[in-house]
Design a protein around this ligand. Structure first.
Ligand SMILES: *Cc1c(COP(=O)(O)O)cnc(C)c1O
Length: 467
């Protein structure tokens, strides 16, 4: 009845997530009518949708991580002493060992650390060069009297460039600032890993090393935004010659060794839902930071975090160093990117460490930017499938001082993947939904804005459909 057994020659060597699921949270796909009504109530803005109407939530990877059983155990054994909690000691030891900085100042989340760092390190009128801005980072630099200047490489602005280290600092741009204002005119260089605003794109170790050598000669400090440093280290391992056999911990230790301290939002790499910290080498700066943290965050041994949150973060940092984990994390993002590419959906490359971006200029070439094409595609994706994404285009860019809309080159929709939360089949569903939206792109009309907040308009703006 059956022929001889025939096994294929080209059997792939797959790998799996290094975890299995112990607790689940139910999700529910609202009906097409319910989605339509929810979107209209939300003024066609995915930020205004209630989470209970969302099926797969790719709005952000911030604070949306799934914790492990060991982290939950740390939550139960948290030491809630006001001063000198054992969980502070535990977190301090982990930060010293993994990131290599002597002093830990815990904060309620990343922006709390940015606030303290900016206040102690920036004098009014100083420039803070950085590899692309991040919203809260830049806010605190300016709030402290500093001025941000972008020194990222040009490739970062080109969605068609496949350069592998689009996060790199352009040392010639930095040198021009130094020539203009002198080393005293610079507060410090702000170096971000897996640069969020250009799509989660990494910096290379060589670039960090050269930056440190350049800054050391002039006595300028380099401060890391290590929020996505572990994801950046995975890219160094897989893309940069000489690091193939180096562990993630060793790569991270070397990267941090080229810097004088860091701020971190624990809500990303550290695998927790809340928390952050500032870490420093310099004793004097650390003393100043501790004086400020008690005024703005909490006592210097908890800084706005509960003891249990510090415990869970200490465990999360150790778990984030596991190669099997970080490979599953970053490659899952790449999996979605490759599926979309196979369906012919235009995406930005190379794929970043935390998100895939739909290139809406290529999806809706007929639609003028004034009709908010990326906002419309994010809304259409929700209508199609209950999947929530966010606009990163003209709406997010806002207006200049004269009230004119910025017209950014990039008109994107961001699909951000929470850590350890969704499976491959969830991402199959997402990619098919994106493909169906693109298939009917020609019939998709634009939006008009009917309510516009004065600042950070993308969070709360409201729209109506033009058809
Ligand atoms: C999220 C983030 C921050 C701010 O951290 P919060 O915890 O949201 O306050 C700072 N820098 C980068 C790169 C981030 O992604």
């Amino acid at each position: 009845m059956f022929g001889p057994m025939r096994i294929a020659d080209n059997i792939p060597t797959s790998w799996c997530e290094p975890w299995k699921i112990k607790t689940i949270e139910h999700i529910h796909l609202a009906s097409a009518e319910e989605r339509r009504s929810a979107l209209e109530i939300a003024g066609w803005n995915t930020f205004l949708l209630p989470s209970r109407r969302v099926y797969i939530d790719l709005l952000t990877d911030s604070g949306t991580n799934a914790m492990s059983d060991v982290q939950w155990a740390a939550i139960m054994t948290g030491d809630e002493a006001y001063a000198g909690s054992k969980d502070f000691e535990r977190l301090e030891e982990v930060v010293q060992k993994v990131y290599g900085y002597e002093h830990l100042i815990p904060t309620h989340q990343g922006r709390g650390a940015e606030h303290i760092q900016s206040q102690i390190m920036i004098k009014k009128g100083q420039i803070v060069p950085g590899n692309m801005y991040f919203t809260t980072t830049k806010f605190h630099q300016e709030h402290a009297g500093g001025e941000f200047e972008d020194v990222i490489v040009d490739e970062a602005f080109d969605p068609h460039s496949e350069f592998e280290f689009k996060g790199n600092v352009d040392l010639a741009k930095l040198d021009r600032i130094v020539q203009r204002v002198g080393p005293q005119g610079i507060a410090y260089v702000s170096l971000e890993t897996n640069v969020n605003m250009c799509g989660g794109q990494p910096i290379s170790m060589a670039n960090a090393r050269e930056l440190k050598a350049y800054c050391s000669k002039l006595g300028i400090k380099v401060m890391l935004d290590a929020t996505r440093a572990v994801e950046n280290c995975y890219f160094i391992n897989t893309k940069e010659a000489g690091y193939e056999a180096t562990s993630i911990s060793a790569i991270l230790a070397e990267l941090c060794s080229y810097t004088d301290g860091c701020t971190i939002s624990g809500k990303k790499d550290c695998l927790v839902n809340i928390g952050g910290f500032l870490a420093l080498r310099d004793d004097h700066l650390a003393q100043m930071a501790r004086e400020l943290v008690v005024a703005f965050e909490g006592l210097h041994t908890y800084g706005g975090m509960a003891g249990r949150d510090m415990g869970a973060m200490a465990v999360g940092i150790v778990e984030s160093q596991d190669f099997e984990y970080i490979r599953a994390r970053v490659e899952q993002v790449g999996y979605l990117g490759k599926r979309l590419e196979r369906f012919g959906v235009p995406v930005v490359k190379p794929f970043g460490g935390h998100a895939i971006y739909l290139n809406v200029r290529d999806i809706l070439p007929h639609m003028p930017q004034e009709q908010y094409p990326a906002q419309r595609i994010a809304a259409e994706l929700y209508l199609e499938s209950g999947v929530r994404s966010m606009e990163r285009g003209i709406v997010s860019a806002g207006r200049d001082h004269d009230g004119n809309e910025y017209k950014p080159d990039l008109e994107l929709v961001r699909l951000t993947i929470p850590r350890r939360v969704y499976t491959q089949s969830h991402l199959d569903y997402v990619s098919e939904a994106c493909a169906r939206v693109c298939q009917r792109a020609e019939s998709i009309r634009g939006l008009k804005m009917v309510y516009e907040p004065g600042s950070l308009r993308f969070f709360q703006a409201r729209f109506e459909s033009l058809n």
